[in-house]
Write a protein that binds this ligand. Structure first.
Ligand SMILES: [Fe+2]
Ligand SMILES: [Fe+2]
Length: 367
């Protein structure tokens, strides 16, 4: 076969792994006047707050390595305040932290790709015109997040594969036939966790490029979560009992998958390999860290522990939109009991954090 080759257009389009079959109902809406004022104003805000990743951030600047290693967390365990971590040479700290940060940021990046696809689906799937317009702005926001996280990881190390739990969750949201399930899975659960973690990382990091990147990204995510809360808060109270129950179960199951994706033996092995490659014996690391477990526990408590994002954000959000019942509370408590023990479960279950009214202000409060 002969054809004019154009070097700028690839002949082959990469397909990575099995595709996800999805079928959802696309809805036209012939009424164009603003109807849900709260969502129309979010759309206007989304337009107003656009930014351009490649122009507005300084990608030529080298990452400040010393600053970057000051807030290191090892698979979610904050160890940067330990004497052990501080005793390591900068070169070792940089080697370990850049690779493990790439692992974590890679999953954020893959999550952003999932968000990009779901936001695009919502343009067709949501019934209200205001909600379609808004979803279009979110689609562009998520495209920018994919671009920006990929560029930052490129300065650190390389992109790691997605964890199986996160992949399973994205598949279930992308293939959900009903837009309400997509909105619960993406706008409430995934966006809620992302906003919580981005805010936390933004507050803690002193690396200038990462801080600026997360400031822009979390501002967008605050709007995305705000959309879920306003739209579903409007829709859920009008649903019948059985549909409400199904949405509650989907929210719980999505949260369970998301939390499971953040741990696992594969991840522990990866982290241990990182230490070994940096020339530190992983067994030594464990012994040294065990002797400083009080300092680590103190740091972990500051961010609410492993389930901080769930009890401190996702559950308050579900409560606000009417998807948290006594039955749901029982499901969460059982999950905590199985994974963390009865004492921790009781502590999480009794936490009654209020959802902040102004999410963007809440992001900025971190400093
Ligand atoms: Fe995003
Ligand atoms: Fe988002």
């Amino acid at each position: 076969m002969t054809h004019q080759s154009d070097a700028s257009l690839p002949d082959r389009h990469p397909v990575e792994g099995p595709a996800v079959e999805t079928a959802y109902t696309a809805l036209y809406n012939w009424s164009y006047a603003p109807e849900i004022e709260e969502i129309r104003s979010l759309y206007a805000n989304g337009l107003e707050r656009q930014w351009i990743a490649m122009r507005d951030l300084d990608w030529d600047a080298e990452i400040d390595r010393e600053a970057f290693t000051q807030t290191f967390s090892m698979g979610g365990i904050p160890i940067s305040e330990t004497a052990f971590w501080k005793s390591l040479p900068l070169e070792t700290r940089w080697e370990v932290s850049k690779v493990s940060a790439s692992f974590m940021l890679s999953n954020f990046l893959h999550g952003e790709q999932g968000a990009l696809m779901v936001a695009g689906q919502l343009v067709s799937a949501v019934p209200d015109m205001d909600a379609k317009l808004y979803a279009a702005t979110q689609t562009l926001d998520e495209a920018r997040h994919v671009e920006a996280f990929a560029a930052y990881i490129d300065k650190l190390d390389h992109v790691f594969p997605i964890t199986p739990g996160l992949k399973a969750l994205l598949d279930s949201v992308i293939s959900a036939p009903d837009w309400k399930f997509k909105a619960v899975g993406m706008q409430i659960v995934i966006e809620g966790l992302a906003l919580y973690l981005f805010r936390d990382m933004r507050t803690q990091t002193v690396e200038p490029l990462l801080k600026k990147l997360l400031t822009y990204v979390s501002r967008d995510e605050a709007r995305h979560t705000g959309y879920g809360i306003r739209y579903l808060g409007h829709v859920v109270p009008r649903l019948g009992e059985s549909e409400t129950r199904e949405l509650q179960d989907f929210a719980f199951e999505s949260t369970r998958l998301l939390m499971a994706s953040r741990v696992g033996s594969a991840m522990r092995d990866d982290i241990m390999a990182v230490w070994e490659n940096a020339g530190v014996d992983p067994d030594d690391v464990l012994v040294r860290l065990a002797s400083e477990r009080d300092i680590i526990a103190e740091n972990l408590n500051r961010t609410g522990g492993r389930y901080g994002p769930v009890s401190g954000f996702i559950i308050p959000t579900l409560r606000r939109i009417g998807l948290y019942s006594e039955r749901t509370a029982g499901q969460f408590k059982q999950m905590w009991t199985e994974t963390q023990g009865a004492e921790a479960a009781a502590r999480y279950a009794s936490s009654s954090v209020e959802l902040p009214d102004d999410l963007e202000r809440w992001v900025n409060e971190g400093g």
